[in-house]
Design a protein around this ligand. Structure first.
Ligand code: GLU
Length: 399
């Protein structure tokens, strides 16, 4: 065994990316796999954004850029944060990275340290646990069950806080549950956060994908949190740009400068062509978004209805945002498919993929092993076919 770095040795491959990779491998081998694993829109990047990239290439924008992003893009991000979130940031309070993920990892690394605790309302996106551990701090999952709509209760937050708690990661709409905090709920949480002087990492990646109306930003509801908070966002979901890798963080300049120093040492600037395309994405006409959300809304109806018809699947709340549902499969645990036993969400996902060629993600690495995550960022035709297969699969499970 080669001795690896202790922190790296302790992390697993990202479960979301691994599930998607397995499905892609099977597809490459000629198997018709239904893609309900990937958290990525199935739409194409809008033409106006591609055109901006072509223009940047033709103009030879192929060199290094400033590590934290080109000034035009920082200005576009500043404009977007004002337009969409009502938040004012200066250019030196903005960091552009190769994906929201890199922005989050760099800020978390810059801010937290050994001995710190960071609260993660759970179920949570798989990578947050790893990002916090890699910084040396301890991720503290706080379980928010489906009965409470997967939302963190303010009393629960208060109880989870210790003298070592430095921060919290809040995501709304949430991945993997699609849960959305109301303005009233956010202001209750804000009171506890301000009283305890916690750092708030606000992941707004799914902000536009909401079905029951937009909610004001947490830092708008409680402006004092902006001084102790960082917003994260990405172009991946809103503009169907997952492969381009473009995300950003905005927060106090000292934190942003520290994260940029880290970025300067371990990667450098995000892709130059992508940055020019991102300026167009953020500042050009935004009407593709509404069309995308309309389609997601129709798919949500379809998926919620079909999930609720699968015996053993339980989904009490209709999610208000993102493009995921996170049903419980508790009633199916302990059943078998031939000689294979379903122990948890991960074994369910594994057996389902092999036997019925439907890819989804088990709930284990989201901190909820009795659940599975279904992404409906795929066509209605695929969704219907996937649920037909899923129903036939579940019908063959025996005790
Ligand atoms: N956020 C998406 C997901 O949860 C993308 C994959 C990832 O980076 O985790 O599927």
């Amino acid at each position: 065994m080669i001795k690896l770095n202790r922190r790296i040795a302790a992390i697993k491959h990202s479960a979301t990316l691994a599930a998607d990779a397995r499905a892609s491998e099977m597809r490459a081998a000629g198997i018709n796999v239904m893609p309900l694993a990937a958290g990525e829109p199935d739409f194409d990047t809008p033409e106006r954004i591609k055109e901006a990239a072509r223009r940047a290439l033709a103009e030879g924008r192929t060199h290094y850029t400033p590590v934290a992003g080109i000034p035009e893009l920082k200005a576009a991000i500043r404009f977007k944060l004002k337009r969409d979130n009502g938040l004012d940031y200066q250019l030196n309070e903005i960091l552009v990275s190769a994906g929201g993920k890199q922005a989050e990892a760099n800020v978390i690394n810059a801010l937290f340290d050994e001995g710190d605790e960071v609260i993660i309302p759970t179920p949570a996106w798989v990578s947050f646990f790893a990002m916090v551990s890699l910084s040396g701090a301890s991720p503290i999952p706080v379980r928010c069950p489906e009965e409470q709509g997967f939302l963190l209760d303010p009393d629960q937050l208060q109880r989870a806080i210790t003298p070592r708690t430095r921060g919290i990661i809040l995501v709304s709409p949430a991945n993997p549950t699609g849960a959305v905090y109301s303005a009233a709920h956010l202001s209750e949480l804000a009171k506890v956060l301000v009283e305890n002087d916690l750092w708030v990492m606000s992941d707004d990646v799914y902000e536009h994908i909401v079905y029951d109306g937009a909610v004001p930003h947490l830092f708008k509801i409680e402006p004092r949190l902006k001084q102790r908070g960082v917003v994260f966002n990405s172009l991946s979901k809103a503009y169907a740009m997952t492969g381009w890798r473009l995300g950003f963080a905005a927060g106090p300049s000292e934190v942003i400068a520290a994260a940029a120093r880290l970025q300067s040492q371990n990667s450098g600037n995000p892709n130059s062509i992508t940055q020019f395309a991102a300026v167009e994405a953020l500042t050009g006409p935004q009407d593709e978004l509404a069309r995308m959300v309309d389609e997601f809304r129709a798919r949500r109806e379809l998926v919620v209805d079909r999930v609720r018809r699968v015996p053993g699947f339980h989904l009490p709340h209709k999610p208000s945002g993102a493009f995921y549902v996170f049903p419980s499969i508790r009633a199916l645990l302990g059943t078998r498919f031939a000689d294979k036993r379903i122990n948890d969400g991960d074994t369910f996902a594994d057996i389902l993929l092999n036997e019925a060629h439907v890819a989804l993600v088990g709930g284990n690495d989201f901190g909820a092993p009795e659940h599975v995550r279904i992404s409906y960022a795929t066509s209605r035709e695929n969704l219907n076919e996937a649920f037909d297969r899923l129903e036939r699969f579940v019908a063959r499970l025996v005790r």
